[in-house]
Ligand binder design. Structure first.
Ligand code: PLP
Length: 464
């Protein structure tokens, strides 16, 4: 073992170049045993590519984690961060404000649909969802409806990792270790049409049924006990389920009828991922709250926010109430400066138009994989797609949990990585490969993605 030695007052000498995961506790990852291979280390990025420490290049088909909308190595974003760090490196949004937060809040409100005019900053996605949960509670306590404490979300949905956000998770295995959770949350069907339990040949009827399940749940529990419905425009977890036509229209109607708040969790679906600044705009619905993070800064600095309707905020204004909730790094000046520069580049480079014109090429490339026996379905919108893998295409039979684990973790993830493509082999529902490439990708990158998937999936089928 080479490398400098750190002297630790409390312990023995330790080398700097210990195995990667000796000290680094990875996120959402089974902890490595000492005899297991170490994780790859990514050291550099430029455009749509990243490089590992061995100098190998990968196309980042996941935008990091649904985040690097404009790709890596953008000088303008690095400069914006450096300028702001020199001008005002940090200041909180408690008692005082600072210019980049003010300017960004104005811009985000101007881009938002309807009356979402209040911007509450956070430092990431889970904090945005947690803030929305707390705001819904506070709002109903304030307006004399304290019984409204339950929240509704969908099966297999992911909404973050803090205790409140965890309650929204439709993935029981991810919740189990932390129960009991602080919010009572009720689960309703997602819009997975490929596995529709009813109306399997009528998308619109299926969508109406899925929305009506929300109403049935409200009525069963007592609508006066329900605070909010949390939905992503396209549900990413489980494999990118777009909403059927009419789905959100019906959900909005229900929320209005029963006095429930509609929270659109757009942590993945905003900032061009679906070809619009906000995912709800793509499907034409008006949320009461939108949660955002990730692509807001293209990942050059951590930042999140929730956008709140005047209707909710005005209750705080007229009562002179304080939303007693705050975070030290929320709306960090450097992150806000980066977000402003990021959104400038969106405008300058016509990123939304680019996604809208190129998404068909992306879809066509992925749909061409449907001739492979292992590919059951291709679905998504914008630059957010999933390819569902099946054992038997005719019957849509899926792999069982063990097979899925062996297929995805044991073979597909390493094989795709080896072939130079980063994407996500995911078995939070049925096994899927999720793709969410940087928004600057075009036909060449889609061709590469399609070719790697074809080669690797054909190979895995032979092995099965
Ligand atoms: N909500 C959704 C829909 C997400 O996909 C995520 C993360 O992927 C979150 C919330 C949590 O965001 P973060 O990981 O930034 O805390």
């Amino acid at each position: 073992m080479t490398g400098p030695i750190l002297k630790d007052a409390a312990g023995p000498e330790r080398p700097l170049h210990a195995p990667v995961s000796r000290h680094l506790w990875m996120q959402n990852t089974r902890i490595n045993r000492p005899d297991e291979p170490d994780v790859p280390v990514i050291v550099r990025g430029e455009g749509v590519h990243v490089w590992d420490e061995e100098g190998r290049r990968y196309l980042d088909g996941m935008s990091g984690l649904f985040t690097t909308q404009l790709g890596y190595g953008r000088q303008e974003l690095a400069d914006a961060a450096a300028r702001q760090a020199k001008e005002l490196s940090y200041f909180p949004l408690w008692t005082y404000a600072h210019p980049t937060a003010v300017e960004l809040s104005q811009l985000l409100a101007a881009l938002a649909p309807g009356d979402l005019n209040r911007v509450f900053f956070t430092s990431g996605g889970s904090e945005s969802v947690e803030s929305a949960l707390k705001l819904c509670r506070h709002y109903f306590n304030l307006t004399g409806e304290p019984r409204r404490s339950k929240v509704i979300s969908r099966h297999i949905a992911y909404h973050g990792s803090t205790m409140g956000a965890l309650g929204l998770l439709g993935i029981p295995e991810m919740r189990a270790a932390f129960e009991p959770l602080p919010f009572r949350s009720l689960k309703v069907p997602n819009t997975n049409f490929y596995r529709a339990p009813v109306f399997a040949d009528d998308l619109e009827a299926f969508g109406k049924w899925a929305a009506d399940e929300i109403e049935r749940t409200m009525l069963r529990e007592g609508p006066e006990t329900i605070a909010a419905v949390f939905l992503e425009p396209v549900q990413t977890s489980g494999g990118c389920f777009p909403p059927p036509p009419g789905y959100f229209e019906r959900v909005r109607e229900l929320c209005d009828e029963y006095g429930v708040l509609l929270v659109s969790d757009e942590i993945i679906c905003a900032f061009g991922r679906l070809g619009e600044y906000y995912g709800s705009a793509r499907f034409g619905y008006q949320p009461d709250i939108i949660t955002i993070a990730k692509g807001l800064t293209s990942g050059y600095a951590p930042l999140g926010a929730m956008l709140v309707s005047d209707r909710i905020a005005d209750e705080f204004v007229t009562r002179g109430a304080t939303f007693t909730h705050g975070l030290t790094f929320a709306g960090h000046p450097v992150s806000c400066a980066v977000a402003l520069a990021n959104l400038d580049l969106f405008e300058r480079d016509g990123i939304l138009d680019h996604v809208r014109t190129q998404e068909k090429t992306f879809r066509t490339e992925l749909e061409s994989l449907l001739d492979l026996p292992i590919v059951g379905d291709v679905r998504g919108a914008g630059y957010l797609y999933a390819v569902e893998l099946v054992k038997d295409k005719g019957s849509r039979l899926s792999f069982d949990a063990d097979e899925s684990d062996r297929l995805l973790t044991g073979y597909l993830s390493p094989a795709l990585f080896e072939a130079g493509l980063i994407c996500r082999a995911d078995d939070r529902g049925d096994p899927v490969i999720t793709l969410s490439p940087p928004l600057i990708c075009g036909a060449n990158e889609f061709r590469f993605i399609g070719q790697v998937l074809r080669d690797v999936l054909s190979d895995v089928w032979q092995r099965i």
